[in-house]
Ligand binder design. Structure first.
Ligand code: PLP
Length: 389
């Protein structure tokens, strides 16, 4: 089949045919432990009975209805998600890039409304260096990494400024009345699993608010339980106006959400921004099942416990090739002296799926239902590979 599916990914030559929880099986019957979950998507694991039932029941009711009409599943998920986050509104879409694109449009309109008496100049969006916000043209430009702005795709939309996370001087210098929003990830996923210092994040969000700008937190990767809380920014007390989510939100069904409140609540009016599939009942049924599972007592405790077990275990090896284990919950980066891509390949050969991030990190984003036994079994493979590469 090579060449028929556009060669945009450079995928490994492994074809999975099914799985259960945090385990996968390929077409030759070989078993794998999954520390990737489709890049932070299959948060309830593979073939989760609760999710499968919710989706099959919904398929029999309606798969799609379109936004000329309302759907009870859509309304129910919107209500549950805003209640869980303390927000007022949600715009549903189909991916992380789309959720951020919606947040960018919302921020621009907010800035325009706020400054239209003075010529509508409040339009700049401030983001972080090493960030990642998606692959549409605007979200590429929001991404603070030069390598994501190659000439071949130019021209790009303008109006983005980047500051270094941790740089207090930059906060002082950057936030003024030209800024409509500050947008950041609490942990930069694709950038290398970089934790943004909590004190600095609070100071930056406060400065943005004080300058009259919205606080937008991209929780496409950190959200939906990944870091051991429903949303990292809420656990950190950043008081965002806008949270974007996707990846794990519907357990594997494509879905994104731009969740907002505060000063952002009434910015969008009918016609401002839309999507044919947005809020599709099938995706919403997945979202409801995922959220209900996560809000059960003990779910986030499990994520934190297994995350700590992984971190403690790797640190206990005291391997010279491991320079740092970092992250939160089950979003972990393991900085290694070898090429992360080489380790990823060798792990796969040995029955363990891992990801990479930035230039030096092997990244773990397992299903949040990963058991302690599975974590230790995966780590045994990881250790063997680290010692052989
Ligand atoms: C994955 C990711 C995106 C892009 O999501 P897509 O669904 O691939 O468009 C945006 N922001 C962050 C933080 C991500 O991790």
């Amino acid at each position: 089949m090579a060449g028929i599916v556009a060669n945009n990914y450079g995928s490994f030559d492994v074809t999975f045919v099914g799985g259960n929880g945090a385990e996968l099986v390929d077409k030759n019957g070989k078993k794998y432990i999954d520390f990737v979950s489709g890049i932070g998507v299959n948060c309830l694991g593979h073939n989760n009975p609760v999710l499968v039932k919710a989706l099959t029941d919904q398929i029999k009711k309606e798969i799609h209805i379109g936004n000329y009409y309302t759907s009870d599943t859509n309304l129910a998920f919107a209500e549950e998600l805003t209640k869980a986050t303390g927000m007022k509104r949600v715009y549903f879409c189909n991916s992380g890039a789309e959720a951020n694109e919606a947040a960018i449009k919302l921020a621009r309109k907010f800035g325009w409304l706020e400054s239209k008496d003075k010529g509508g100049k409040r339009k700049t969006i401030v983001t972080l260096k090493q960030s990642f916000h998606g692959r549409s043209l605007a979200t590429l430009m929001a991404t603070g990494q030069e390598k994501f702005h190659p000439d071949c795709f130019a021209p790009y939309p303008d109006g983005f400024k980047y500051i270094e996370p941790g740089d207090f001087d930059a906060i002082e210098k950057t936030f003024d009345d030209s800024v409509c929003a500050f947008m950041m990830e609490c942990i930069q996923g694709e950038g290398g699993v970089n934790l943004v210092d909590e004190k600095w994040a609070k100071a930056a969000c406060d400065a943005a608010r004080k300058a009259g700008a919205l606080v937008v937190i991209d929780e496409v990767q950190t959200g939906m339980g990944r870091t051991g809380a429903l949303f990292a920014s809420l656990a950190m007390g950043l008081e965002p106006d806008v949270i974007t989510a996707a990846k794990g939100i519907a357990g594997g069904v494509p879905m994104g959400a731009c969740i907002f409140g505060g000063r952002a609540t009434d910015v969008f009016v009918a016609g401002d921004h839309q999507s044919t599939f947005g809020g599709n009942p099938l995706a919403c049924a997945g979202g409801r099942a995922v959220l209900a599972e996560m809000l059960k007592p003990g779910f986030f405790e499990h994520v934190n416990k297994v995350g700590k077990l992984i971190t403690d275990t790797i640190n206990s090896w005291k391997l010279p090739c491991v320079t740092l284990v970092h992250g939160k919950g089950l979003m972990l980066g393991i900085d290694v002296t070898q090429a992360p891509g080489e380790i990823q390949k060798k792990c796969l050969e040995n029955g363990l799926c891992v990801s990479t991030a930035g230039t030096k990190a092997v990244r773990f984003l397992p299903p949040l239902v990963l058991t302690e036994e599975q974590a230790l079994a995966g780590l045994a493979i990881f250790k063997k590979v680290l010692e052989s590469v």
